[in-house]
Design a protein around this ligand. Structure first.
Ligand SMILES: *[C@@H]1O[C@H](CO)[C@@H](O)[C@H](O)[C@H]1NC(C)=O
Ligand SMILES: *[C@@H]1O[C@H](CO)[C@@H](O)[C@H](O)[C@H]1NC(C)=O
Ligand SMILES: *[C@@H]1O[C@H](CO)[C@@H](O)[C@H](O)[C@H]1NC(C)=O
Length: 462
């Protein structure tokens, strides 16, 4: 009897437990939540690359100053994380230059993904509030001094180091912690070159061997070079110095990215009927790359119009042929219909406008040289297949015999994990590029194209 009763209680308890899971647990523990993209399976770990970074020659305490255990370092713990790659990239390049001017080694960090942009599915565990931020080693995405590469011959500047080495070589007692709230309020409306100079003084002249810049609590955008600078004309006073800086000049393509471009080069070889003249054998010399944002980007363009946004970053430089000046009219957070239409023309051009712009751009580029050929097109777009197929048909009829889109590339998992950098590298190499003036992706492509000395007819905006 006793025994039976125990079993009865036990079964009852199980039943209650089951109910508990059904009603309360169900929401939390049984319903899986996801973020990230549609790829399933194990994302690449880049373990070998992390190991390679760990073993960089500058990670050596015995090196003489300004490296080694008596060296000088600066870590920007206020760098943005979990945002798009291009918002991160323009900031880390400027921070590297600031570290260089301050005669300290820059501390590089992994790229932390905005989970929604990560190509692989991220399962959010029941006990987690939100998705983890996947990480990619910086050397998978870029090369050059920012990522620990060498400076110019004869330049004694210390090489960049990783975070783990910084923690080892910079114990807390050797660190000067600088809160952005103590510096940035005075710089709110300052020109870019003034901001650089002020931070250089602060970081260079710190009495400590190591400096760590930390985000201020009162600052919603606590980066050293934040959106209020990069999104405005005040950025441009930095250009003369930044363009020729070793950080810009020596900024390079990561071997992994280059490998992804190389393996796909077959796709860019010109097709079509046998031409009267072959023209350049390098397919990039005959390529026009296009950054065409479709889909939900229209919504973003309305926002830009409402807030009267100028072009972004280096897209604002006066050297460009296509300039955008916000038209007069409108008020705080509102704009008039004519102005909104004007924004959309450039931010979200319609099919015919795109076709026309391509034709005009091709003509002016061809006419600015001799023996130029443009017949290879690379399309960077999030448009749907129907739009792309229709577009391809029209382009084919206008003499573009080879049209490749990002979706056509064959990539392995490690390369998929850096596919935005792969697209950017192809757009950098292309003879002509048409981008979106409000886009940080376009701005970073333009940066490298300007450092590569591409002519103004080759760098265009819708
Ligand atoms: C570290 O640097 C010292 C001094 O330059 C050098 O003798 C030594 O070989 C280096 N160690 C490694 C592992 O490279
Ligand atoms: C946008 O900027 C222009 C030029 O600075 C100005 O005339 C106009 O009133 C502004 N419009 C809005 C909506 O803020
Ligand atoms: C191309 O354009 C630039 C100005 O953007 C000009 O200086 C150069 O002479 C032009 N070249 C030719 C061959 O027309």
């Amino acid at each position: 009897m006793q025994h039976q009763r125990r079993i009865f209680i036990f079964v009852g308890a199980l039943f209650v437990l089951a109910l508990f899971f059904k009603f309360s647990g169900h929401r939390k523990s049984l319903q899986f939540r996801y973020s990230g993209g549609s790829l399933t399976g194990e994302p690449p770990s880049y373990d070998a690359l992390h190991e390679w970074e760990k073993n960089l020659p500058q990670h050596n305490m015995s090196l003489p100053r300004p490296e080694g255990k008596n060296g000088r370092y600066v870590k920007f713990s206020n760098q943005i994380k979990a945002l798009g790659w291009n918002n991160v990239l323009n900031e880390i390049l400027l921070c590297t230059h600031l570290a260089y001017e301050s005669k300290r080694a820059y501390v590089f960090q992994d790229y932390y993904w905005k989970p929604e942009y990560y190509p692989w599915r991220i399962t959010i565990q029941p006990w987690e509030n939100g998705p983890r931020w996947p990480q990619t080693p910086i050397n998978a995405l870029i090369s050059g001094p920012t990522a620990g590469g060498p400076w110019d011959d004869g330049d004694s500047a210390p090489r960049s180091v990783n975070e783990a080495y910084f923690d080892q070589v910079c114990p807390p007692e050797d660190r000067d912690i600088i809160d952005t709230d103590t510096i940035k309020p005075d710089l709110q409306d300052a020109e870019g070159d003034v901001i650089l100079r002020r931070w250089t003084e602060v970081i260079r002249d710190s009495p400590k061997r190591c400096v760590e810049v930390v985000p201020g609590r009162n600052d919603n955008f606590p980066q050293t070079f934040d959106l209020w600078l990069i999104g405005y004309k005040r950025l441009l006073s930095l250009w003369p110095v930044f363009k020729d800086s070793p950080t810009s000049r020596l900024f390079g393509t990561a071997p992994l990215v280059a490998s992804a471009v190389d393996r796909n080069e077959y796709l860019f070889m010109p097709r079509g009927s046998r031409p009267a003249r072959y023209g350049p054998h390098d397919p990039y010399e005959r390529m026009m790359a296009l950054h065409v944002r479709r889909g939900d980007f229209e919504e973003a363009c309305y926002g830009l119009a409402r807030w009267n946004s100028t072009f972004y970053g280096w897209n604002q430089l006066p050297v460009h042929l296509d300039k955008f000046t916000p038209p007069p009219g409108g008020s705080w957070g509102e704009n008039i219909p004519e102005n909104i239409a004007f924004y959309l023309e450039h931010c979200y051009p319609n099919f015919d406008a795109i076709v026309q712009k391509i034709q005009d751009t091709k003509n002016s580029y061809i006419n600015n040289g001799t023996n130029r050929v443009l017949d290879v097109m690379y399309l960077l777009t999030n448009a749907d297949n129907q739009w792309v197929n229709n577009f391809k048909d029209v382009m084919m009829s206008q003499g573009w015999s080879t049209i490749v889109t990002s979706k056509d590339l064959v990539l392995d998992d490690e390369q998929i994990g850096v596919n935005m950098a792969v697209d950017m590298e192809i757009a950098r190499k292309a003879a002509v590029f048409i981008g979106n003036g409000w886009s940080s992706f376009t701005s970073n492509i333009i940066h490298r194209r300007l450092v590569d000395d591409k002519e103004p007819f080759a760098n265009r905006f819708w």
